[in-house]
Design a protein around this ligand. Structure first.
Ligand SMILES: [Zn+2]
Length: 88
């Protein structure tokens, strides 16, 4: 399982790039669709998170078929790379 679905319909996954948990809140803020597969998640639209965490890291990524791709403007070590989303 790579993503958890909350009772409120939000999705949470562990980000291997910035090391944070990313939660996508769909009920209040309908921006993302989820393919429903917790083992091979895909979220649309592709760009799903662009956040500044407490450490000042910019994380800009997309999730497709269980893989997470980091856009080059991310400021962490996986910028520009695509890796498998870790199991949680
Ligand atoms: Zn991240």
């Amino acid at each position: 399982m790579k993503v958890t679905v909350g009772n409120d319909g939000s999705f949470t996954f562990k980000c291997p790039g910035c090391g944070n948990w990313h939660t996508l809140n769909t009920p209040d803020n309908v921006r993302w669709n989820f393919n429903g597969d917790v083992d091979k998640p895909t979220f649309y639209p592709p760009v799903i998170c662009e956040a500044m965490n407490a450490g000042g890291i910019i994380c800009h990524c997309m999730v497709r078929d269980g893989m997470i791709q980091f856009l080059p403007d991310s400021s962490h070590h996986l910028a520009g790379e695509t890796v498998e989303l870790p199991d949680i």
